[in-house]
Design a protein around this ligand. Structure first.
Ligand code: C2G
Length: 151
């Protein structure tokens, strides 16, 4: 039984996440995922749009994922790997080299990221959409106010 372990925020679950989890699941018999809590994300300097409970549930529903647990600190990985008897620790290669210290207790692998998609990019699209909607409401209110003044 080969166990693969990975970690991440997985905000606005997208095809880059699916591609990675699919490849990771093909490396072994079991894939477990440490999903970053909202509090830990603040420590990472990130603010996910989707709350932890939903991100964890979406991850759990992914066909490639066997189990999900909370990631709340940077340094919990060795304990997780030992507890879960993980054989492979793997991340996308934007983290290349950052977790080589774990090679004392398991294989460490970095896989190519999926190009042209990221949660950060999707969050900025959502933000722009919201701004556009707010502007449309402001324009409508202004038009209404002008119409009322003419009554
Ligand atoms: N990823 C990918 N391709 C993308 C976007 C993300 O392969 N287009 C991978 C990342 O390399 C990472 C995983 O998907 O391995 C999750 O990405 P994030 O949710 O951005 O994770 P991150 O915030 O980097 O947190 O302790 C590790 C951290 O918790 C990782």
């Amino acid at each position: 039984m080969t166990t693969v372990i990975t970690y991440g925020t997985f905000d606005l679950f997208h095809v880059g996440h699916v591609n990675l989890l699919k490849r990771l699941s093909s490396l072994g018999d079991r894939l477990i995922v440490g999903c970053s809590t909202d509090e830990f994300n603040l420590e990472k300097g990130k603010k996910a749009l989707i709350p932890y409970e939903h991100r964890a549930k979406i991850l759990s529903s992914c066909r490639y994922v066997d189990s999900v647990f909370p990631e709340s600190t940077w340094d919990q990985k060795p304990d997780d790997i030992i507890r879960e008897k993980a054989d492979i620790f793997a991340m996308g290669n934007d983290w290349s080299g950052k977790f080589d210290y774990l090679s004392d207790i398991c294989r460490v692998i970095y896989l190519p990221r999926t190009e042209d998609i990221s949660s950060t990019e999707l969050r900025s699209i959502v933000h722009a959409y919201r701004q556009d909607e707010i502007q449309q409401v402001k324009t409508a209110v202004s038009s209404l106010s002008q119409m009322i003044e003419k009554l």
